[in-house]
Design a protein around this ligand. Structure first.
Ligand code: XIL
Length: 344
């Protein structure tokens, strides 16, 4: 409806409100979605469009069409683009799988960052320069970058990004970095970048949580500790799964499509009120916390507009029916949406 409150207006003085977008949404063919997105959100992260596998399919070939469309779309609607992501072990181009010399990995990193971050400097607001470089215990993940270049690849990536994109804000992004050990690793990593005299403007806590496990205390500590580093703190991929973690379910075959498995996919006919309320309570608590720290938190981005778009329907098991976002599959606001609005 036209009198529906708008997240981007309600939180305008507090922090940006973002969403992940795919190329279908950017094409604006679905009129309901085309109206909803710019009404509700003033920030956008490409869900897949700017990952290396898509943008850099071969050594000397880049593909910019979809990213360019996103940039034009965002400009038209006054939406800030957080570009995602330059250096990540996942969704890498196929040629990177056969790369076994340090020199070629270094050259990939240099070419990729220089070309991609350079092209969009002044056109995007920010980049997730490095994504998911840490293990759960806070040590460095053994990615192709870490294995060939050593731990310093992170500092090197930020240095290259700073040179290529002087007008773009540069972030480190990861999941579970609100948890103590991994958070300590992230803080050490950020301090190392800063100590090298290299620019890092912020840290993105992904925020893939669930209604069963919402670590509010750790989230609060993380805002304080990351904020103390003098950088922006953001929640960059927020969604709250309402489904049980399939890992702990006895008799669940996580390798099979879960569509018809009641244990793994209990709500395929719809979300019961009890769960709908639990989701609303969880979002309410989170946004109260974000507002309490609005001087440190600069952006809250949902990982998708509506439940139908969510990657959590297919992760960590395929074919489930999840309900982690504020808008339902018909793009209608859920009770959680109104509770978020009411935190103001
Ligand atoms: C996910 C997308 O949502 C999916 O469409 C894709 O198949 C896999 O990647 N952490 C990240 C995001 O940083 O880029 C991931 O996005 C979700 C986990």
């Amino acid at each position: 409806a036209n009198n529906q409150p708008a997240l981007r207006e309600v939180f305008k003085k507090d922090f940006a409100i973002g969403t992940a977008l795919n190329n279908r949404q950017v094409a604006e063919r679905d009129t309901a979605a085309a109206r909803l997105v710019p009404q509700q959100f003033d920030a956008a992260t490409p869900e897949n469009m700017m990952k290396a596998a898509l943008m850099h399919p071969e050594w000397n070939r880049y593909y910019f069409d979809e990213a360019d469309k996103l940039v034009a779309y965002a400009q038209k609607h006054n939406i800030k683009v957080n570009a995602h992501t330059l250096i990540w072990h996942s969704q890498l181009p196929a040629f990177m799988r056969h790369m076994n010399s340090a020199d070629s990995v270094r050259q990939f990193m240099r070419d990729h960052i220089t070309t991609v971050a350079g092209r969009y400097d002044g056109k995007v607001y920010s980049w997730d320069v490095v994504n998911e470089a840490l293990n759960e215990d806070g040590t460095m993940r053994k990615s192709v970058f870490q294995q060939k270049l050593g731990d310093d690849f992170v500092v090197e990536a930020f240095k290259l990004a700073q040179q290529a994109a002087p007008h773009t804000r540069l972030y480190y992004n990861d999941y579970n970095i609100e948890q103590p050990a991994k958070r300590a690793g992230a803080i050490a990593l950020i301090k190392k970048i800063q100590a090298a005299g290299v620019r890092i403007d912020g840290v993105g806590i992904q925020g893939h949580w669930s209604v069963e496990h919402l670590p509010l205390d750790q989230i609060e500590k993380s805002i304080q500790e990351f904020g103390a580093l003098g950088i922006e703190v953001m929640f960059t991929e927020l969604d709250l799964s309402v489904l049980p973690s399939p890992r702990g379910i006895v008799g669940a075959d996580v390798n099979q499509s879960a569509t018809y498995n009641d244990k793994i996919n209990p709500y395929r006919e719809g979300l019961p009120d009890s769960m709908q309320n639990k989701l609303a309570d969880s979002y309410d608590a989170l946004f109260r916390l974000f507002l309490q720290y609005k001087n440190k938190v600069t952006r809250v981005t949902f990982w998708g507009v509506d439940d139908g778009q969510s990657w959590l329907n297919d992760f960590p098991v395929r074919g489930r029916t999840n309900y982690p976002l504020l808008f339902d599959r018909k793009l209608q606001p859920k009770p959680a949406f109104y509770r978020v609005i009411d935190t103001k």
